[in-house]
Design a protein around this ligand. Structure first.
Ligand SMILES: Cc1cc2nc3c(=O)[nH]c(=O)nc-3n(C[C@H](O)[C@H](O)[C@H](O)COP(=O)(O)OP(=O)(O)OC[C@H]3O[C@@H](n4cnc5c(N)ncnc54)[C@H](O)[C@@H]3O)c2cc1C
Length: 415
């Protein structure tokens, strides 16, 4: 492509170097080879600098793990990745003296592989940064904010806050929930916020968790105990916004007392092992995932309630699908921003994320209620699933991300 005067020219520009942007840059570089130049821009720090602490740990599906293996990031993660062997689900009020387990299942897929792994976000981020930074075809531009872009028949031109302009055949926004380039593209978002806040912290506990993840459905929202390496767990807890603000303002002793009230006694005494952090919760869906020479991936395209731990897995599905359609197009002689390839990407990904967002929103509404009738219906539903192995296998397959039309990377195949 002939560069315009005053603008640096690339084949692909990705705005946002977090989970989705890093994985996309790495996968595209692998698929397209060194002659394809990729720019990765982020308003945060570049390679080599340390990123701010994220207390969250993510439940990564077996399919996401397969993609990370192909990208070369998994070997850097594996010592910190806790496989989840078993899942327990309870549904009771906060005051209940005992929390009967309503549904329990082995969290493994056909070949005995765990369906999910709990990985600290900081470890995942560092691993992706480590595989991207030495790639010669990727130019990482740190402390750079994308502000706006224009397109014509041949290229997209993105302007940065410092006045620099970058040109490329394809521009991808991997900018998270508040995507500036999505707005600049005029792509509207449908969505709603929840009157809930997500609280995250890490605890150390007395007894081993035996690779068991627990989801307590409480009336104000789910309280998930996600096992980490060692006798530790990441707590991902959804709470009514007012109550969450009160709890977050408590000192460590008061905060721990609130954690313990929900934690249950199975793992013995718990102590805090990390800072507390909080996130506002929302569901949002972009009305389109692509525009002229433009595509959205990850939270820039969709945001889902974290109760099922699938936001990042959906982001990796986008990444794997976009890498596949773009590299297929390039191999057929088209350029990376080919309109038909982008339409294929949108068809592939939008339906799946709309269905997922609706399902997680529905689950949150169904469980965040203390109405006796709803409680009985839930108990009946969970009891039915508990007794029917084929239904359990279905849920495990969904969590593992191995159902539906999978992009090659999610099957562990190189592009
Ligand atoms: C409490 C909580 C728990 C969760 N737990 C799970 C879980 O267990 N499993 C799971 O799969 N998902 C989980 N998620 C969801 C998951 O964290 C997100 O889906 C994921 O972080 C999205 O990654 P992303 O790369 O799309 O965006 P982000 O991580 O938001 O990254 C966006 C990047 O873009 C950069 N950026 C933004 N705008 C610009 C700009 N204009 N110019 C330059 N750079 C820009 C930012 O600096 C940032 O680096 C959870 C979410 C929450 C809130």
């Amino acid at each position: 492509m002939a560069p315009r005067e005053g603008s640096a020219s690339f084949d692909i520009v990705i705005s946002g170097a977090s989970f989705a942007g890093l994985a996309l840059a790495c996968g595209l570089a692998q698929a397209l080879g060194d002659q394809f130049r990729i720019a990765l821009i982020d308003r945060g720090v570049g390679p080599g600098a340390s990123v701010g602490r994220d207390s969250r740990a993510s439940a990564l599906s077996a399919a996401s793990k397969r993609m990370l293996e192909v990208l070369g990031a998994w070997p850097l993660i594996t010592t910190e990745a806790q496989p989840v062997a078993r899942i327990e689900i309870t549904d009771s009020s906060l005051e209940a003296a005992v929390r009967p387990v309503l549904l329990t299942y082995d969290n493994v897929i056909a070949d005995g592989e765990p369906a999910t792994y709990i990985v600290p976000n900081g470890v995942l981020h560092e691993a992706l940064r480590a595989v991207v930074s030495p790639v010669p075809s990727i130019t990482w531009i740190a402390s750079a904010e994308a502000r706006d872009f224009t397109t014509d028949e041949l290229e997209a031109r993105v302007s940065l806050a410092d006045g620099t302009e970058l040109a490329a055949a394809l521009l991808v926004a991997a900018e998270g929930r508040r995507s500036r380039l999505r707005e600049a593209a005029g792509i509207k978002v449908v969505g709603w916020s929840y009157p809930q806040i997500g609280i995250v912290t890490t605890v150390r506990h007395e007894r081993p968790h035996e690779a068991r993840a627990v989801q307590h459905f409480l009336p104000s929202g789910p309280f998930a105990i996600l096992p980490l390496k060692g006798n530790r767990a990441c707590i991902t807890w959804t709470e009514d916004a007012g109550e969450a603000r009160r709890i977050l303002a408590l000192d460590d002793e008061g905060f721990l007392a609130e954690v313990e009230k929900r934690f249950g006694g199975k793992l013995g005494v718990a102590t805090l092992d990390g800072p507390r952090q909080s996130w506002p919760l929302e569901t949002h869906l972009a009305r389109r995932y692509v525009g002229h020479r433009f595509a959205l991936v990850g939270d820039a395209a969709h945001g889902v309630h974290p109760l099922a731990g699938q936001g990042l897995n959906l982001a990796f599905r986008d990444v794997a699908a976009l890498i596949e359609v773009v590299s297929d197009a390039v191999r057929l002689g088209f350029d990376p921003g080919d309109a038909q390839a982008l339409e294929r990407y949108e068809r592939w990904r939008r339906f799946d994320s709309v269905v997922s967002a609706a399902a997680f929103d529905g689950l949150n509404r169904l469980f965040a209620s203390d109405l006796t009738l709803l409680r009985s219906a839930r108990e009946f539903g969970l009891g039915v699933v508990d007794r029917i192995p084929v239904l359990k296998r279905f849920f495990v397959g969904e969590a593992a991300g191995v159902t539906g039309e999978l992009p090659r990377l999610l099957k562990g195949e190189a592009i």
